[in-house]
Design a protein around this ligand. Structure first.
Ligand code: COA
Length: 178
């Protein structure tokens, strides 16, 4: 019998892990990692993850709120882990987590996280193209998948691309608590 064809792709297929050591050029005058450098690495890790999932070129469409909980020091080693949470029509949402530790692995700590949205683009026309669905397996993947549509509506409202009254997922969510 022919094996059943999957309609989408597993999260693990495109999971991207990136490691960097903080060098003097990456720091501010206090010897801490510059926020902008961290955002650049987050964008790169997420872009690789999105491109692996979509098997196409991708462009960053938006980045949700990023806050920096703890300073990352010169000589620390950071690990960025990017995973796709959900695919929509031509866009994918990627979740990235950043952790920091001493070079020996001692003093490990979570630094920050963010959600990025990428749009898959056709190589020749540069126009948005359809993306493969995501198949969530673990409980955490399923939770991320479920809430992704609400996060999407919220960011499209903030970008002025969706009218609040058209945000059905958010409306259903809030009416549950009435
Ligand atoms: C992102 C981009 C391709 C969207 O193009 P567009 O003509 O607005 O396309 P559409 O309105 O058809 O939207 C395409 C997808 O992008 C999503 N999108 C558009 N703006 C978005 C935003 N601000 N946040 C999240 N998603 C967004 C839409 O929801 C849609 O996704 P879907 O098909 O899965 O529903 C276009 O704005 C662009 O090229 N921006 C520059 C990207 C770039 O250069 N990034 C690097 C930073 S310099």
């Amino acid at each position: 019998m022919e094996p059943e064809k999957l309609e989408g792709k597993l999260v693990s297929i495109s999971k991207t892990v990136m490691t960097e050591m903080i060098m003097p050029n990456d720091t501010n005058p206090m010897g801490n990692l510059m926020g902008g450098y961290l955002m650049r690495w987050m964008d790169i890790a997420c872009a690789i993850c999105a491109a692996r999932h979509c098997e196409s070129l991708v462009a960053t469409a938006s980045v949700d709120h990023i806050s920096f909980h703890e300073p990352i020091r010169l000589g620390d080693v950071i690990t960025l882990t990017a995973q796709v949470t959900r695919a929509f029509t031509t866009s994918v949402e990627i979740f990235v987590e950043v952790s920091a530790a001493d070079i020996t692995g001692a003093n490990p700590r979570q630094s920050n996280h963010a959600y990025f949205t990428f749009v898959a683009l056709d190589k020749s026309s540069g126009k948005p193209i359809k993306v493969p669905a995501v198949i969530p397996i673990t409980n955490e993947e399923k939770k991320q998948f479920e809430v992704a549509s609400r996060r999407r509506e919220l960011r499209l409202i903030l970008a002025g691309k969706l009218k609040p009254e058209e945000a059905m997922e958010l409306r259903n969510f809030f009416t549950e608590f009435k």
